[in-house]
Design a protein around this ligand. Sequence first.
Ligand SMILES: Cc1cc2nc3c(=O)[nH]c(=O)nc-3n(C[C@H](O)[C@H](O)[C@H](O)COP(=O)(O)OP(=O)(O)OC[C@H]3O[C@@H](n4cnc5c(N)ncnc54)[C@H](O)[C@@H]3O)c2cc1C
Length: 647
Amino acid sequence: MTSKLVTTDVLVIGGGLAGERCAIEAAAAGLDVLVLSVVPPRRSHSCAAQGGMQASLGNCVKAEGDNPTVHFLDTVRGSDWGADQEVAQIFAEEAPVAVRELAHFGVPWTRVRAGKNRYFIKGEQVEIEEKAENDGLITHRDFGGTAKWRACYAAAGTGHAVLYAVDSEAVRLGVTVRDRTEAVALVHDSGRCWGAVARCLRTGEHTAVLAKATVITTGGYGRIYGQYTTNATINEGSGAVIALDTGVVPLGNMEAVQFHPTALSPSGILITEGCRGDGGYLLDKNLDRFMVEAEPEKQELASRDVVSRHMARRMRDGLGIETKYGPHLWLDIRHLGEEHLTTKLREVFDICRDFAGLNPAHELIPVRPTQHYSMGGVRVNKDGQAYNMAGLFAAGESACWDMHGFNRLGGNSLAETIVAGRIVGRNVARFAARASLDVDTQVALRAIERAESRASAWLERSGSGPTVYELRDEMAETMIADVGIFRTGDELEAGVARLRELLADCDRAVLRSKAPGMNPELSFALRLKGMLKLALVTAMGALARTESRGAHYRTDHPQRDDANWLSRTLVRWPDGASEPVFSYEPVGILDLPPGHRGYGRADQVAMAESIESYNQRVDAEQRQHGRLDTEESPGSRIRWGAWAEEQ
Ligand SMILES: Cc1cc2nc3c(=O)[nH]c(=O)nc-3n(C[C@H](O)[C@H](O)[C@H](O)COP(=O)(O)OP(=O)(O)OC[C@H]3O[C@@H](n4cnc5c(N)ncnc54)[C@H](O)[C@@H]3O)c2cc1C
C-alpha cells in the first residue's frame, strides 16, 4: 500500500456534533475511527448554536405533561407533514436519554430553581412557583411551534457547551482527528462506498482514507446564499456534493430551506429564538406588535417559516425600518431585564454589544429573516444508510433522515445531531464490525488521480474569465432574490436559468493565486461547482413543487397540496449528465393524519387516497428509489395511534 492510502474501520467526514457523536459510538464499540474536518472540531458550526435542544423531560411547571408523543406531534406539525413520522417518533423517544447522557459528559445545563420564578409569557410577566422536588433538574425554555416548554439549554451558549463536552469524550475514547483536511470525493465501486479522497488544506496533498463504513456529517449548505445566511463560512455543503457526485446517491428535499426570523441586521449573526421563547417580541416601525394579530394563538412563537413570512410581508408593506442595508424590524427584549439578559441570554447580550454596539437591556435589536437551516441533504433510511450506496451513512444537518420535513422546529436540530449521532453511530459500528475491507486499491488510486487533476486544471487555467468570488456572489444574489422566503414560478425560472449560466461560467473562471498548497482561493474553487449544483437543484426542486409546504412557499400556489405533493423530492446527478434527475417518494408511513398545524394557513388540499392505501405503497416505492434494508422493518418503531390519547 502506498503512503497515499490510509485505512481505518470507520471514516467520519465532519467533526461537528453529529460527526463526533457518531465517532464516540463507533470508538466505544472498539473500532478504529478517523474523523476528517475542515476546522478543528471545536470550531465546527455546532459551536454557534445558542438557544437550546429539545427533549421532553418535563421538568419545570410549563413543561408538565410533556412526553415523547407530544414532542412527536409538534415535530410532525412543524414539518407541515413532510417528515418521516417513524423517524420523528424514534427521535422524540431517544432525545431525553441523549440529553441526560450529555449531562454525564459534562454539559452544564441550566437547572430548575425551586420557588418563585419570574417568566414572560406572550408579553406578560408572570410568577410561577417551581416545585421543590424538581430543584436542580435540567430546566426548559419555550421555543416556537411547541405545545410545552421543552428546550434544554446552557444559557445561550448551548452548542458551545455541548460540543466541548462531546469533543472531550471523543478525545477520551482515542478518536483520531485530521483537521484542516477536506473530503473532496467518495471512493466507491459498484454501489459500495469504501471511504473518501481527502485533501490537506495546508499542503494541497491528496490521500485516500479507506474504510469499512463512511459517515457524512458535514453540516448544512447555507453558504449557497452567500452573506444572506446565519451559517459559518464552512457550511458550503461539500458533504452533499460528494454524495451527489457519485451519480447514484440522491439528495432529499433540497428546496426545503429555512429562514430564521431574527438575524441581527445587517451582519446576519443569529439572535436565538430563545429570546422570543423567554418573552421577547417583534415590533414594526410604528412599534406595533404585529404578531399578536397575525397569529393570535402562538404569536411570536409560531414556527419559523410562519413568523419569517409575516415579517417579510410587514417589510414589503413598508412597515420595516429602512436603512442603507435594506429594511429591518425590531426585536424587543428590554423588559426581560439586564440580569436575565446577562445570565440566561448572555451570548445574545454579548453579540448585541460587540457586533451592533447596543445594550439590549435598553435598546431595540434590529432583526430580519435570514437563511438559517438546510432541511435537505443526503437521503438516508431510518438507520442512517444512504440510498443506493452500501457502506455510506449520513447524520446531522447534512442528512435528510428526515424528521424535519419542510420546516425544522427550533431546538430540534441540536437534538438531532446527538440523537442521530447515537443511533447512526451504533448502526455504523454494527455495519463495520460485520464488514471487511475488500476494496480494490486501484479504485482509490484512480479517485486520487481525478482529484489531483481537478486541482491542477484550476491552477493551469488562464485567460480573462470571472473570479470564483464573482461567481459566488452572483449565486448568492440569485438565491436570495429568486429562491427566498416567497417564491413564484417566474422568479424560480429566472433563477434556474441564471444558475445554469453560472455553472457553465465555472469552467471559464480563473484563479488569481496559483499556489498549489495553502491556497484558500483554490480550495474554494474546488468547492464552487458543487455549490452551484446544490443551488441549481434547490431552485429546480422549488420550481417543480407547485404547492406551499413549510418553508417552501409559492405565492402562485399558496396551499399545501396533500393530494399531489405529500412526497419527498429526490434528486440525483448521473455521472456525466448535464442536468440532474428528479423523482418523488412517499414521505413515509403516516401515523398522524395530515391536518392543520395550529398556526399559519389553515386551508389545504386534502389527500385523495386513504391513509391505508398510502401506507401500503411506502415500502415498495421507497425501495424502488434506492432505500436499503434496515435492521428493523419499516413501521416497526411507530407507536400506532399513541398520539390520539394526547389530543
Ligand atoms: C447561529 C446558529 C445557531 C443555532 N442554534 C441552534 C439551537 O439553539 N438549537 C438547535 O437545535 N439548532 C441550532 N442551530 C442549528 C444547529 O446548530 C446545526 O444544525 C447543527 O449544529 C449542525 O451540526 P452538524 O454536526 O450536522 O454540522 P456542523 O456542526 O456544521 O459540523 C460540520 C463539520 O463538517 C466539517 N466539514 C464540512 N465539510 C467537510 C468536508 N468536505 N470534509 C471534511 N470535513 C468537513 C466541518 O469542519 C465541521 O467539523 C443553529 C444554527 C446556527 C447557524
